[in-house]
Design a protein around this ligand. Structure first.
Ligand code: ADP
Length: 384
């Protein structure tokens, strides 16, 4: 049983509050990614879990035991660090058997267990090799096997993939995910890389300024971010400034820097925002449709004027017209920076989509109002 409970965890270094308040229960067998920018307190949280740092306040429980004041060597955790350092003068097998030797397990038994663990990470055939002759990815699998060989209840991974090139890191993410699925042990994985967290995690815990701000399944935190920081951190988006013009029971009308009013459909709580309140609207590139104004002309937009909202099937469609300023080719996607009134909005198309635009082209950008998120000045998300 290796459910982990962190309750009100805090860590101070002199005047620095590295971790302010981290409370979460990590399920037995779960893979939780702690994701956040550099300095947000991820590593400190992990090191407290490992027993390498003592919390200033709060409690850590692993299974039924309070391990808050227990040193690392008395915990059932194993930690994998960024550098994955292997012992150079030992074979691959000896590296993996090392922790078992420290536990006092006899030679033939520890060789047997180490060999099994190497098989699990698909490195069995390299058992007698010098680890220095392995590739980066192979070294990592051996280091992983070494950490797992001691049969920890919880594996803690501190940015283990951040020194790898993108391709290798992506391969290792998939392998880690498979190894986790096979072992069914609790993994806590620290990363600052959103894509890595989305690939690996059962749940993501987002950290900012020493606090665990939101914990949820990847799609949940992406689709329902608790605040503006998370919305901006989890992917590129357009934040458009605005002011609430008026509210009805069905929608909130926001006057925006796009030079037009944007409708936000609400499911009831129109009091969520007061008239005159300033808000930031998030228009993610994936919810924006773009088309040439030549085509859009049939919508009564022939003179290139700001388009009016079009309502179909009860959904609220909003649209603006702007001029392409920049075209950026990014592999499989093309990103357009579009001047709209006094601001600029970026939109994306895949290369496979028909029709590309050039700088100077006039295009119509439209979206479904239900796909827009709104944030208050204090960063909190408006519950529409
Ligand atoms: P992250 O892993 O998210 O990059 P850290 O947990 O490493 O963040 O650090 C959080 C904050 O605590 C940072 O401001 C960092 O400078 C500070 N910090 C971390 N470790 C120490 C330490 N041993 N002494 C003083 N400050 C520290």
């Amino acid at each position: 049983m290796s459910e982990i409970t962190l309750a009100g965890l805090e860590k101070r270094y002199g005047d620095t509050l590295a971790v302010e308040d981290v409370s979460v229960t990590i399920d037995d067998g779960e893979l939780l990614c702690l994701l956040g920018p550099s300095g947000s307190g991820k590593s400190t949280t992990l090191r407290m879990l490992a027993g390498l740092e003592t919390p200033t306040d709060g409690e850590i429980r692993i299974g039924d035991e309070d391990v808050t004041d227990r040193p690392a060597y008395e915990r059932t955790t194993a930690t994998v660090f960024q550098d994955w350092a292997l012992f150079p003068h030992k074979t691959v097998l000896e590296n993996v058997a090392f922790g078992l030797k420290m536990q006092g397990i006899g030679k033939s038994e520890r060789r047997k267990q180490a060999r099994e663990m190497l098989e699990r990470v698909r490195m069995g055939e390299y058992a007698d090799d010098d680890p220095m002759n392995l590739s980066g990815g192979q070294k990592q699998r051996v280091a992983l096997a070494r950490s797992l060989a001691v049969n920890p209840d919880v594996l803690l991974l501190d940015e283990p993939l951040s020194n790898l090139d993108k391709r290798l890191s992506e391969d290792m993410q998939i392998e880690l995910r498979e190894i986790h699925a096979e072992l069914e042990e609790t993994f806590v994985h620290v990363t600052h890389d959103q894509d890595e967290a989305f690939t690996l995690a059962d749940r993501i815990g987002i950290m900012a300024d020493g606090n665990l701000v939101q914990v949820g399944e990847p799609n949940e935190v992406y689709e329902n971010p608790k605040n503006r920081f998370i919305e901006g951190f989890l992917g590129d988006t357009n934040f458009v400034a605005g002011e609430v013009e008026r509210t009805t029971t069905e929608s909130i009308h926001v006057e925006t820097e796009l030079g037009r009013e944007v409708d936000l459909p609400t499911t009831g709580d129109a009091d969520a925002l007061a008239e005159g309140e300033s808000v930031a609207l998030s228009l993610r590139p994936e919810v924006l449709s773009i088309e040439s104004t030549d085509v859009a002309g049939s919508d009564g937009n022939a003179e290139g004027e700001q388009a009016t909202p079009v309502r179909t099937d009860g959904s609220t469609t909003n649209a603006v017209v702007g001029t392409v300023e920049n075209v950026l080719y990014r592999g499989s996607t093309i990103r357009y920076s579009v001047a709209v009134e006094d601001t600029s909005v970026f939109v994306e198309r895949t290369v496979a989509d028909s029709g590309a635009f050039d700088a100077g082209d006039e295009i119509r950008i439209s979206w479904d109002g239900a796909d827009v998120l709104a944030f208050r000045d204090d960063g909190s998300r408006v519950d529409l």
